[in-house]
Write a protein that binds this ligand. Structure first.
Ligand code: ATP
Length: 318
């Protein structure tokens, strides 16, 4: 209620709404203050929210939420092994599509092909959106592309700076990786049990371990100001809901191809496709309706499927 108004909410209004005493309201306001919320209490006017702390709690995320189904259930953790693992457990326990898991730290954050994802406390957003879509499992890998678009757009919305997609699953700013996405699926033949879309965003990091220092960056380093993490999560959920609806119309990227290509950092650039069977170089042209990367080599046009493949710039990371 405090968030929904620019002005004041009287103690009486809060008492009526929640059916509790003035003392109970006063106690909760004090708890919020202890959690870092700046709240002004003015006589005869009531309470006014001045600023919210950078916390990722159920209460903070719920009070910002403006979506139909994305984030319908939200579970927040200070520290967890992996948000993807938790989201899978919740899926198997019967929680609905749209359930969101958020953590401030991961102790076993994962990347593709068994690699790890640096997930230190207090600096990032580690979240997983769980989906139970009624789609063909062969079309599921495109959800990584949809999630990448939603993340890039949300970052630009909140920071005001350009964020681009390094096909298929990373977001870069000024050529450095600020986000990694790991999509995992549980399916039987032609039926999807669940999909978990895990997203790790480097937000307030000021430095990185030596192994990734050259390629990794954070929103703080690229934008020079601290953003409110819960607002970025909310922006992502809204973007994802919109883009996912377009994806579902055709179960492919037909309706999103143009917008995806406009966000694609590799577009028009020479790339090296690290295909485990046979690496090759060419010029990245954009994506197909199926989400493959179109790469023109000197002899032919190749369509690269995501999954096991990484793409690099030939002169550097992008
Ligand atoms: P690429 O190898 O081209 O970076 P990828 O998509 O194959 O991309 P991912 O599986 O998304 O890689 O991510 C795992 C890799 O990302 C790790 O091996 C490491 O190099 C790097 N990495 C790990 N943690 C972070 C982080 N917090 N920020 C940026 N990069 C990271």
């Amino acid at each position: 209620m405090l968030r929904d108004t620019d002005g004041y909410v009287s103690g009486q209004e809060l008492c009526n709404k929640f059916g509790v005493s003035r003392t109970a309201i006063w106690k909760v306001i004090n708890q919020l203050k202890e959690a870092g919320y700046e709240i002004e209490a003015a006589q005869n006017k009531g309470y006014h929210l001045i600023a919210a702390p950078d916390v990722m709690t159920e209460a903070e995320l719920e009070s910002l939420k403006n979506t139909q189904w994305a984030g319908c259930e939200i579970y927040c953790f200070d520290s967890i092994d992996s948000t993807n693992t938790k989201a899978k457990e919740l899926a198997e326990a019967g929680h609905p599509s749209g359930t969101l898991v958020v953590a401030d730290q991961q102790t076993l954050g994962r990347g593709r092909r068994g690699r790890s994802w640096e997930s230190p406390a207090g600096t990032g957003i580690f979240m997983t959106l769980m989906l139970k879509p009624d789609i063909n499992p062969n079309n599921a890998s495109m959800l990584t592309l949809v999630a990448a678009m939603a993340t890039a757009r949300a970052i630009t919305e909140v920071t005001g700076e350009a964020a681009q997609i390094k096909w298929p699953n990373d977001i870069v700013m000024n050529g450095k990786k600020v986000v990694g996405i790991l999509t995992e699926m549980s399916a039987q033949f032609d039926y999807i049990n669940h999909i978990v879309v895990g997203i790790g965003i480097n937000v307030h990091n000021e430095e990185f371990p030596e192994e990734i220092a050259k390629t990794a960056s954070s929103l703080l380093l690229e934008c020079d100001h601290r953003i409110h993490r819960a607002s970025l999560i909310e922006a992502f959920l809204e973007e994802f809901e919109r883009l996912y609806a377009v994806y579902l119309e055709t179960e492919d990227m037909s309706g999103l191809q143009k917008e995806y290509d406009s966000l694609l950092v590799n577009r028009g650039r020479q790339v090296r496709v690290l295909d485990p069977k046979e690496p090759f170089e060419g010029k990245a042209m954009g994506i197909t309706k199926k989400g493959e990367l179109i790469v023109d080599t000197w002899e032919s046009r190749k369509l690269v499927s995501s999954g096991e493949v990484s793409v690099r710039g030939i002169y550097g990371y992008v």
